[in-house]
Ligand binder design. Structure first.
Ligand SMILES: C[S@@+](CC[C@H](N)C(=O)[O-])C[C@H]1O[C@@H](n2cnc3c(N)ncnc32)[C@H](O)[C@@H]1O
Length: 290
């Protein structure tokens, strides 16, 4: 009997959570409806506690009375954890496989998209590797690094390009010297590195995708999405990658089985993939909710 009651309460609570997410979307346009339930329960739970709300319905009243609470909710739901050269194997693969392949080819430009870039450590790390490789190989190429995130606050910090001592501790000292300027207790990214990157807000759930990339880096975001949303986003990425373009995912991420044939695996440990042209896959492309 107690187990049955617990189950009924959990189901009611899940229904209320879905109701709350729909309401937040209708009122403010934040679309977290297809984020993983566990993440939502954990993160919204913090807001409930902070505002002494016992249920999602009570919390909805708080949102109605205090619209500033929406921003706090948004901040809790966009998890900005990141670092320079996060996950060694990914950056080794970029340095040893991807960048040499992109620089070797005949093309005069390289187009890279860092999606869900948070406060910028990821695109700056990629830019450092590219600069190093081009210098060593005495090569000049037009480089476009588009770095996007749903969170304007994170992007504002990314654009400033000022990082603490602790943040730059993950970067090789010779590169810190080359690409950063000491500024008190912090380090400021040198203009020539900053120039390579365009930071922009972009919501991968609802905004149109940009086109024609040699490399898309989408790490540690898909883990927060439910499977149908992951699949939709990866299909969009596939469409916007050039033929044979690279995709780098986060350590705990991989293309779902439903996407078999869209990406070939280059390095499983690094989560590095390459796209296969759509006409060879038999998979239909559909951006709409399924
Ligand atoms: C954990 S961070 C990952 C940062 C970086 N890619 C890394 O791996 O270090 C996740 C980022 O994804 C962003 N994000 C979450 N949902 C998003 C969406 N729908 N569209 C774009 N960015 C999103 C968050 O704002 C956050 O900055």
């Amino acid at each position: 009997m107690m187990r049955k009651n617990k189950l009924i309460n959990e189901t009611r609570s899940l229904n209320e959570l879905e109701w709350l997410m729909e309401r937040v979307f209708q009122k403010r346009g934040f679309d977290f409806r297809e984020y993983r339930r566990n993440t939502l329960i954990r993160r919204i739970g913090r807001r409930l506690k902070a505002r002494s709300s016992k249920t999602y319905k009570e919390y909805a009243d708080v949102l109605d009375k205090d619209p500033g609470e929406y921003d706090k909710l948004f901040n809790d739901l966009t998890i900005n954890v990141t670092s320079f050269f996060r996950d060694q194997s990914a950056f080794t693969a970029l340095e040893q496989v991807v960048i040499p392949a992109l620089v070797k080819k005949e093309a005069k430009n390289i187009r890279i998209w860092s999606m869900g870039c948070s406060t910028g450590e990821e695109p700056y790390s990629i830019a450092i590797l590219l600069m190093e490789f081009l210098k060593q190989n005495i090569k000049k190429m037009d480089i476009t690094i588009l770095a996007t995130d749903i969170d304007p606050r994170a992007l504002k910090n990314a654009m400033k390009g000022i990082f603490s001592n602790k943040a730059v501790a993950d970067i090789r000292p010779s590169w810190v010297e080359k690409y950063f300027i000491p500024a008190g207790n912090n380090f400021s990214v040198r203009p020539e590195l900053k120039e390579l990157i365009t930071f922009q807000t972009h919501d991968m759930v609802s905004d149109p995708f940009y086109h024609d990339f040699d490399l898309v880096v989408c790490r540690n975001v898909l883990i927060y999405f439910m499977l149908p949303l992951q699949i939709r986003v990866l299909k969009c990425i596939h469409k916007e990658l050039k033929q044979g373009g690279f995709l780098l995912l986060g350590k705990a991420e991989q293309p779902a089985a439903e996407l078999n044939g869209l990406f070939s695996c280059v390095d499983r440990n690094a989560r590095l993939y390459r796209n296969i042209p759509l006409q060879n896959t038999g998979i239909e492309w559909n951006r709409k909710r399924e």
